[in-house]
Design a protein around this ligand. Sequence first.
Ligand SMILES: [Zn+2]
Length: 82
Amino acid sequence: MRIFFDENKKELKAVTCNKCKKELKVENGILKEGCFGADVLFGYFSNKDGSRHSFDLCEGCYDEMIEGFAIPVNEEEVTELL
Ligand SMILES: [Zn+2]
């Protein structure tokens, strides 16, 4: 869950893991911890009919989630971050 200072959602104030409620480290509007941010729009062919879901998971909860996958996540090394 993300909280912003402004209505345009540009200046990040806080990020809390939706699963365990851990407060992630945010400094000067920049998230300084590993975080899985999900934002999905379920269309007309889903059972949620146009509903948008968004949530954030801390790195620990993300790791727990992907441990349950039958097919592991694709993983590749990225050298240029940000
Ligand atoms: Zn968590």
